[in-house]
Every structure is written in structure tokens, then in C-alpha cells.
Design a protein around this ligand. Sequence first.
Ligand SMILES: [Zn+2]
Length: 202
Amino acid sequence: MKQFLFYVCMFCFSLQVSAQKACPYFSQMEINHIRVATPGLFEHNNKLLLYLDSIPKQAFAFPLPGAKVISAYGSRRGHSGVDIKTCAKDTIYCAFDGVVRMAKPYSAYGNVIVVRHSGGLETIYSHNSKNFVKSGDMVKAGEPIALTGRTGRATTEHLHFETRFNGQHFNPNLIFNFQEGTLRQGCVQCLKKGSRILVKAL
Ligand SMILES: [Zn+2]
């Protein structure tokens, strides 16, 4: 009996170790939920600056080339992203280098991917018919990460795309020109005021 318990303990321990190895970056909250504060993001300063000019060309990719906007940010009550569309099962590309924080089905989002980039910016890709990546994966700008779909609450195949700081969404138009499929120039400031995040272009 003692020996049996020993093997059970060893088995559980090895499971725990392999789970930690599979995802060394994130807590269970970060792996399982979209709106999660980023640990240590405002530890030294309540202001973050994202210099779009300093991002090299090869470090950016438009997530869905050739897409048109079918629903803007804030266009309807609580619309937390921009809806862009090409066709069903089209390839979705990661916008910047980063680490996949979350990749799973998540209620109205359907199959969703959250990627955390350096500087604390997060990009979200939702309603996917298929996710190619998992939590903990390192991804590069322009890497295929999913296929477009209509999983979750969606009436047509499209990509619901979000940008977030500290778990809170803000207008992706501050960073992307969705008409031209390009990155904007200049600098974006993210200010933490109490529990709120205020994001604006400088
Ligand atoms: Zn949407």
C-alpha cells in the first residue's frame, strides 16, 4: 500500500512539473481569462509609452490582410474591438512578436487567442474556427496563429480584434490603420488612474 501511494505521489508530482514546463509564464487566471491585470506592469510608473515609430517593419504584420472593417470599436454597446472580414477559414497572423497568454474557447468570444507583447500591450483574436497556438508559445509577427470563423457569438465569419493594456480594452485604431492595413506612426500613452486605464495618441 505504501509503495502504491509513493507511485501515486510521484505521478502527481511529475504531472505538476510537466504542467509547469508547458507554461512557465502565466498564472491560471492569465491562462483562463481575458480581462486580467498584467503583473508588475505599473510597479514603477503609472504611465507607459508605446513608440510605434521604433517598431521595425519586420516586427509588425496586419492580422488579416485585405480585410474590410464591418463593425468599428464602440460602434454598438460594449463592442470592445474591431470586426474585420475577408472569408471563412482565412489565415490570421500575429501582429507583433510575443507570447501566447491564452488560447481556448471563451464564451461569446468562441475560440480566442490572447498574445502578450513586450511593453505590456496585448492583442486578441476571436471567433476563430481553429487556433494553431497554445498558452506559453512564443510567436513572431506574421506567424499564422488561427483561421477565421464564427465560433462564440458571431453572425458571420470574421475576426474580432482587440487591443488591451492591463486587461482593459482600448481603441485599436490608435495603433492600426484598418483601412490601409498598416501601423500608425507616433506614440501611444497608457495612463493608469486608480483602477482605470486611459490610452491616447500623443
Ligand atoms: Zn466584434
